[in-house]
Write a protein that binds this ligand. Sequence first.
Ligand code: C2E
Ligand code: CA
Ligand code: CA
Ligand code: CA
Length: 279
Amino acid sequence: LHVAKTSHSKLVCYDDEQNNYSPDRLAMIGQLRDAITNEELRLHYLPKVDQPDGHVTCVEALVRWQHPDRGLLSPDQFVPLAEQTGLIDDLTRWVLTTALRQLSVWRRVRDDLSVAVNISERSMNHLDLPQMVFDALTETGVPPASLLLEITEAALVADQERAGVVMQHLSGAGVRLSLDDFGEGFTSLSHLAELPLNELKIDRIFVKDMLESPNDTAIVRSVVELGHNLNLEVVAEGVETAEILAALNELGVNGVQGYFFTPPLPATEIMDWIGARTP
Ligand code: C2E
Ligand code: CA
Ligand code: CA
Ligand code: CA
């Protein structure tokens, strides 16, 4: 893997094993462009379970591609391709609009529900992202505070200043912001304190081996303390066992996600799942 700096001082990665000009790759790019108009993309929803009360007030939208020949593709198989080819803005717009339309239907029976949408590094550095978000909110009538945008720490490292401007614009309008995959990047503490964040999300890599790894436990404990000192909610993802859930509760996390509760579910199933948990 080579990492190169372009004139826009953005990092670009070229993968030798996946030849950039292979016919396969070119075909995928063309198909991805059509996938949006052909309605081949799907959203699955992963609940965020509040701690310690176990309520669900937010679900995270996760995109999939129902490919005509290759079956259901996970985002790792095509989101990077969308980022590299400039299709990411269309994808982000589709995800935002679809998730908010769905939320507006759910909110007729559950008006406390909100939705989280992942914003890719590249979209985060586009100054027109806020307008795209505001358009989707206006179209669907969802209040800004019922939308949480999950921004990876890497997106902030790429262009701190521009990402900061985009975040201020969104936050100023009432949209909530989460720093995703926290712990993987190198955001300085002073920068973190300046950002208009509502939530820190601890990546699964620190959570999954917590019980065996004192180092991972120390990292999770530090992030929880840091988040709480900055008045942020702290959410841990990748919870697969009751033991890890208990350990996270001991450390005082505000929310958890993971296969211990459920994998991401299609829209048709997630409300039944939430309903079955509510006493
Ligand atoms: P992420 O935002 O960190 O999302 C969490 C990923 O971990 C999801 O995988 C989720 O299904 C998985 N996960 C959650 N709990 C567990 C668990 O207990 N065990 C295990 N093994 N996995 C768990 P998924 O859906 O494959 O998404 C992968 C990544 O793709 C996401 O990571 C996110 O960075 C990206 N992504 C997904 N949807 C979108 C989207 O609409 N737009 C953008 N830009 N990126 C997206
Ligand atoms: Ca996420
Ligand atoms: Ca991620
Ligand atoms: Ca993650």
